[in-house]
Design a protein around this ligand. Structure first.
Ligand code: ZN
Length: 175
């Protein structure tokens, strides 16, 4: 039975370390971690989750974009686990968009990211895959891959004074 995992909060050492490559993708403990991450990200209304966020220092990300309370305009997709992801190419063109993080509840900030990325990764079945992502999905990929290298989205903010609390973010977007 998959279980909802605790989410590490910003400042915890697991979020500041480089996560290790996964060796045996199809091993039961990896498969069960993926299942747990999938229900954890859904439960938390997230659109992405990296394994270090659930105290597992391994290179696994979940991308689970869908419209919801935290991101009303997010595109809908089938949630996917990407193992040992590597950004092979990122467009020079950058776009700035609002981000939040399950490890920093209540905080939002505009973050410049590449508009498009090409990602190489293993699927949960251990198959090598390569895919291109644009716009919000590219943003999620970059945010989650950063977690695997111990980097938080707040380190990517262009100007610290642009960091706002969610209440203020909602006031601006609903205004
Ligand atoms: Zn995050």
């Amino acid at each position: 039975m998959p279980r909802i995992l605790q989410i590490a909060q910003l400042g915890h050492p697991v979020l500041q370390a480089r996560a290790e490559e996964v060796e045996g993708v199809t091993e039961p403990q990896i498969q069960s971690l993926i299942n747990d991450m999938l229900i954890t990200v859904m439960d938390a209304n997230g659109v992405g989750l990296a394994a270090p966020q659930v105290y597992a220092p391994v290179r696994i990300i979940i991308v689970a974009s869908r419209p919801g309370v935290r991101y009303p305009d997010a595109p809908e997709m089938e949630p996917a686990a990407m193992i040992n992801p590597e950004i092979l190419w990122a467009s020079e063109e950058q776009v700035t968009g609002w981000e939040g993080c399950l490890s920093a509840p209540g905080v939002r900030a505009p973050v410049p990211r590449a508009e498009q990325v090409t990602l190489q990764y293993l699927t949960r079945n251990g198959e090598q895959n390569e895919a291109a992502f644009t716009a919000f999905l590219a943003r999620i990929i970059q945010h989650e891959c950063d977690h695997l290298d111990g980097i938080s989205f707040l380190e990517r903010v262009a100007h610290p004074r642009e960091i706002v609390m969610e209440k203020e973010f909602l006031r601006r977007t609903e205004g």
